[in-house]
Design a protein around this ligand. Sequence first.
Ligand SMILES: [Cu+2]
Length: 118
Amino acid sequence: MRFALIISAFLLAAIAPRAEAHAFLDHAEPKVGGTVTNSPAEIKIWFTQNLEPAFSTLEVQDAQGKEVDKKDAYLDAKDKSLFLVSLPQLPAATYTVIWHAVSVDTHKTQGRFEFTVK
Ligand SMILES: [Cu+2]
């Protein structure tokens, strides 16, 4: 029993550093919390790891929680860590970007941020 506990402690120590390999938001355009003067043609999010497109989602909502993007979220053809969704012309307001990412190592992460069109 004690031996098993020691082994599990070693296993946990070995597994823990891999948590850093999840796909987290690296940077975005428009910037997280940023303000832009023109309605952007799309949202771009660069992740720290390549994504699995079939299970990843990217959505933009207005202040009422209504989805305003063109529902065409896609990965860049050359850079599988770049996730995009197209936008129509947006009126001046603050919008929320909501993402759920499944990285190629199958780990799930999620997050949200706001940007403002002035
Ligand atoms: Cu991971």
